[in-house]
Design a binder for this molecule. Structure first.
Ligand SMILES: Cc1cc2nc3c(=O)[nH]c(=O)nc-3n(C[C@H](O)[C@H](O)[C@H](O)COP(=O)(O)OP(=O)(O)OC[C@H]3O[C@@H](n4cnc5c(N)ncnc54)[C@H](O)[C@@H]3O)c2cc1C
Length: 542
């Protein structure tokens, strides 16, 4: 395969991968293994993606570390030692650097290389990429690995630029240490990030004020160190760990209990719930009775169990009530896993404010003005999350066939085939992308699957001497129906969250969008494998 770009000065490659996170690193490795001329472009100053950017205190996995690492390389598995069951950000960043060095990936990576626009040139059958630094590159195949949680969203308060203290979004937490001792700190937002941050810094700052709009149902992470013996045992059981992740719907090491709530006695029910609450990780969400995330009554019972836990852990009953969600049931939004989160609110230096009662009016030079008055701070942290799933795509200007803009096509939600490609946007593969299963699961196993599947497709494409491929519009419409079916019957579709496409900080994201494949990773893999076996039916090739 060779590119037909005739513009002499333009750097041109057979394949360009955008993004140097877990997905982009593996994609780069596989393209090189295929002997292709490939370059990787990354907006950040170095590799790591999520684990390069999110340096806020408390940033860590909810996945068990050893279920998150790549599974494809025996030597990496043997040589890398995790030191905590739920690895903190610095260690995960070290791990990804270790992998990149082991596979000698850096030579083909370009950093500080943000791609602003990608235009499909139909006559030359190449993608032309425009970079923020003014450069232009072209490639025959474009692989996006730009992240599902990589477009940070700030709130739209007036005066944010006028604040004279320090302020930043958690995604952009500075690389140099931030001195928190004795500081008056405000945290805006109580999603998964805010919950990790608040639990970590409450005893390290002078005063901490938390601005909460909607509480989330949180559950204890129960992280612990891994000693040498335990790590040796983990290494000996990698095969079973990956097999378990392969068969569970979420790709995690937690399988749903096959029983329904009504099938067990009150004692058995409570025994399982107490066990799950005391156990590490996502078991409380994904290892529960099978109807807890489907049947509203079962869900209400379990939510009440968790509410009681919150009441037991928070000293002030009024604060406890404020921390208990009233607008959605447990697990219908992503469950933030916490460490000392609820106990933080028992501290004298921590205040919880309800912005529904006293909305934030604007940011002042010295702090935050609400309907109740102004409070001054040294540091304001925006833990306001992401324009999830489609944000990184919307922030790039993709132009496909006949000048069609991806942003226009996706205005009411993404349209893809298998979460891997988009009709009208030839030779573009959206690895681990919208409407795929990575984002609804433990990411890395599905990232590996997604990249391996793309490798098969590219091999097929090259073996047949094709120069152009794209999904058909019919196959895309069919996939939308399959994605929608996954939302039906799941309580996940009933709550406004980033799973359902809502984000009050992004104009237009105020309605349900079908963003991810919710019918389980095993089913997703089977479906894609069947497509591969049928010579990639649903794609048109020229
Ligand atoms: C705080 C936090 C905790 C998480 N914990 C877990 C967990 O426990 N388990 C789990 O499975 N998942 C977790 N995730 C999800 C996590 O994003 C994935 O696990 C995984 O890191 C995604 O890898 P990726 O390569 O697909 O994307 P990313 O890691 O997001 O990498 C995408 C890269 O693309 C770059 N990029 C984007 N747009 C452009 C552009 N236009 N030009 C150039 N470069 C661009 C970005 O700078 C970024 O470096 C967490 C996410 C966050 C934010």
């Amino acid at each position: 395969m060779s590119t037909t770009d005739t513009t002499a000065e333009i750097e041109s490659h057979e394949v360009i991968v955008i993004g140097a996170g877990v997905c982009g690193l593996y994609a780069l490795h596989k393209m090189r293994e295929m002997g292709l001329d490939v370059a990787l472009l990354e907006a950040g100053g170095d590799l790591g993606g999520t684990w390069y950017w999110n340096r806020y205190p408390g940033a860590r996995f909810d996945s068990e570390s050893y279920s998150y690492g790549y599974s494809f390389d025996q030597e990496i598995l043997e040589q890398w030692n995790w030191t905590e069951h739920f690895s903190p950000q610095p260690e995960t960043l070290r791990y990804l650097n270790f992998v990149a060095d082991k596979l000698s990936l850096r030579a083909d990576m370009q950093f500080n290389a943000r791609v602003c626009a990608a235009v499909f040139d139909e006559s030359a059958v190449v993608w032309r990429l425009m970079l923020e630094d003014g450069r232009e590159l072209s490639c025959h195949l474009l692989l996006t690995a730009i992240g599902m949680l990589s477009a940070a969203t700030l709130p739209q308060f007036k005066g944010m630029d006028n604040f004279q203290g320090e302020s930043f979004h958690t995604y952009q937490w500075p690389q140099e240490p931030v001195d928190l001792a004795g500081k008056k700190v405000a945290v805006i937002g109580t999603g998964a990030t805010g919950v990790q941050l608040i639990g970590e810094i409450a005893d390290k700052v002078g005063e901490l004020t938390v601005y909460q709009r909607r509480p989330n149902w949180c559950a204890p992470l129960h992280n612990a160190p891994i000693d040498a013996d335990t790590m040796a045992r983990i290494k000996a059981s990698y095969e079973e760990i990956f097999a378990l992740c392969e068969r569970t719907p979420g790709g995690f090491m937690h399988e749903p209990d096959r029983r329904k709530l009504a099938e067990v006695s009150e004692e058995e029910r409570l025994a399982l719930w107490e066990e799950l609450y005391a156990a590490p990780g996502f078991g409380i969400w994904l290892g529960n009775f099978r109807d807890v995330l489907i049947d509203p009554e079962a869900n209400a019972e379990f939510s009440e169990f968790i509410a009681q836990k919150i009441r037991q852990r928070v000293d002030d009953p009024a604060v406890a009530e404020l921390l208990i969600p009233k607008d959605h049931g447990f697990g219908s939004r992503r469950v933030p896993m916490e460490t000392h989160y609820y106990e933080a609110f028992n501290r004298d230096n921590v205040t919880l404010l309800d912005v529904n009662k006293a909305p934030i009016e604007h940011i002042t030079a010295h702090g935050i003005q609400t309907a109740d008055g102004e409070r001054s701070y040294d540091l304001i942290v925006y833990a306001t999350g992401f324009d999830a799933i489609t944000g990184a795509f919307d922030r790039m200007d993709f132009t496909g066939v006949n000048g069609q803009k991806l942003a226009d096509k996706w205005r009411d939600g993404p349209l893809t085939y298998l979460g891997m490609g988009v009709s009208g946007f030839p030779n573009l593969l959206t690895l681990a992308g919208p409407q795929g299963a990575s984002v609804s699961s433990n990411f890395p196993p599905n990232i590996e699957f997604s990249v391996n599947w793309a490798v098969g497709l590219i091999e097929y494409f090259r073996a047949h001497g094709y120069t152009r491929m794209e999904p058909t519009a019919d196959s895309e419409a069919q996939w939308l129906q399959e994605v929608q079916a996954g939302y039906e019957g799941s309580l996940l579709s009933t709550a406004k969250s980033w799973f359902t496409g809502y984000n009050s900080n992004v104009p237009g994201h105020d309605k349900l969008r079908y963003l991810m494949y919710l019918s389980g990773s095993p089913r997703y893999r089977q479906r894609l494998e069947a497509v591969a076996q049928e010579n990639y039916g649903g794609f048109s090739f020229e």
